[in-house]
Design a protein. Structure first.
Length: 141
């Protein structure tokens, strides 16, 4: 599994909790893939995961006393039972992510190496770590 993390320059707190995506099976124990294909795989996986979460929220869940306590400590008690109808076009999401990289809105760091081109080859191992680093634009610059 590839581990994905998100950071923003100038912030200590990560943008999101680390998550994992499946290692591309065609790479076996390691191999090369373009950064473009890698970003596409990560976005596609996240869109699928988002759709699954939306489906799960449609169902009502019976909560135990412990569930209620834990949810209250986090600040929100949620039993589900909502259909938010948020459709995401996966191709549009991929296009947006690729354009944002080309526009310099974020960096991609794979196993400590900054990636500069969407068409460059990236060597991945099954335990590789990817960091998406959001860049902060300066006012008046």
């Amino acid at each position: 599994m590839l581990t994905i993390s998100g950071k923003a320059l100038g912030r200590k707190k990560p943008l999101f909790n680390d998550f994992s995506v499946p290692f591309p099976p065609e790479l076996g124990q390691g191999g090369e893939i373009t950064l473009r294909d890698l970003i596409e795989r990560v976005v596609r996986h996240e869109v699928e995961t988002f759709a699954q979460r939306q489906d799960e929220r449609k169902l009502l869940h019976a909560l135990t006393a412990r569930d209620i306590e834990e949810s209250a400590a986090k600040g929100k008690i949620d039993m589900g039972g909502r259909d938010m109808k948020q459709n995401v076009d996966v191709d549009e999401a991929i296009g947006t992510a690729l354009q944002a990289f080309e526009d310099g809105l974020y960096l991609v760091v794979v196993d400590g190496q900054e990636q500069r081109s969407l068409d460059s080859q990236v060597f991945l191992k099954p335990d590789s770590r990817l960091a998406f680093v959001r860049l902060v634009m300066l006012a008046g610059g």
